[in-house]
Design a protein around this ligand. Structure first.
Ligand SMILES: [Zn+2]
Ligand SMILES: [Zn+2]
Length: 271
């Protein structure tokens, strides 16, 4: 098997209620495919709703932090970072800030899985797309993404154009929405994730689109790389397909984090 020589900063654990496998298996798979560094980034407890199939409970957070420490101790040959994926829900910023400060995270990813209370990326909620004005939905999504960047809570914005997950897109050009959002992301100094998870979803594309990523590069926005693995076999999944995209757009490095300080790793040369 060809070694990836990349990083995967987006992996879940059974704590979130919809992933499978032991954390040791994720780490072993990372070594198997030749990753040079990984980060666990399980779903932070949802504060606005109760749903144990979407995220860990608040009481589980210290256990998750401990478990990342345990797997790290078992794989000294592999740098393993402590990350977390946090839903950005307006109005919960102060609570999130104090809860996040209780643990020594290496990086915090902000995500949008809800737009004004609707879990738009959950297949159980697909009926919410019926009759909806998609341009208004996308406008609101990218406005919230800008809000998330400006909240100061996050180092990285995960799967930044997740709103395309099911392939429902406005007919109108959305570049203006991207520009407005990314001006705010750049000013806030937050990175965005390039995620191969979209390749496994109905949309069948990497998050974000090439057009979006070009606008990121124009603004000097850093990128991280992740698979959003929910099972060991997905660790590093199709990251080699993100590499030509990153190169085409002009990126020669990806961001990595330790104790919330950003550094960069050069992307491997060649095909
Ligand atoms: Zn997510
Ligand atoms: Zn995720």
């Amino acid at each position: 098997m060809k070694k990836l020589n990349l990083v995967d900063y987006h992996m879940h654990t059974v704590r979130c209620g919809h992933a499978e496998g032991r954390m040791e298996e994720y780490a072993a798979q990372a070594l198997e495919v030749g990753l040079r560094e990984i980060g666990f980034s399980d779903h932070f407890p949802l504060l606005h709703i109760e749903d144990k199939t979407l995220a860990m409970g608040l009481e589980e957070l210290p256990l998750y932090v401990g478990e990342v420490g345990e797997v790290r101790a078992k794989f000294p040959q592999l740098p393993i970072r402590l990350g977390i994926e946090v839903d950005y829900i307006p109005g919960y910023e102060d609570r999130l800030s104090s809860l996040l400060a209780e643990h020594p995270f290496d990086y915090i990813m902000g995500s949008l899985h809800f737009v004004d209370g609707w879990g738009f990326d959950d297949p159980r909620n697909l009926d919410g797309y019926e009759g909806r004005d998609l341009f208004q939905l996308w406008r609101r999504y990218f406005e919230l993404l800008g809000d998330a960047a400006e909240s100061g809570l996050f180092d990285v914005l995960a799967h930044p154009d997740l709103i395309k997950k099911f392939g429902f897109r406005p007919d109108a050009d959305v570049t203006c929405l991207y520009r407005e959002c990314l001006d705010r992301v750049a000013a806030a100094g937050v990175a965005v994730e390039v995620s191969t998870a979209g390749l496994r979803k109905p949309v069948g594309e990497i998050y974000p689109s090439e057009g979006f990523l070009r606008l990121c590069h124009d603004r000097g926005i850093a990128v991280t790389l992740g698979s959003d693995a929910h099972r060991p076999g997905e660790v590093g999944d199709r990251l080699e397909e993100a590499l030509p995209l990153l190169r085409r757009v002009g990126y020669g490095e990806v961001a990595v984090f330790e104790a919330r300080v950003r550094a960069y790793l050069a992307l491997p040369e060649g095909g």
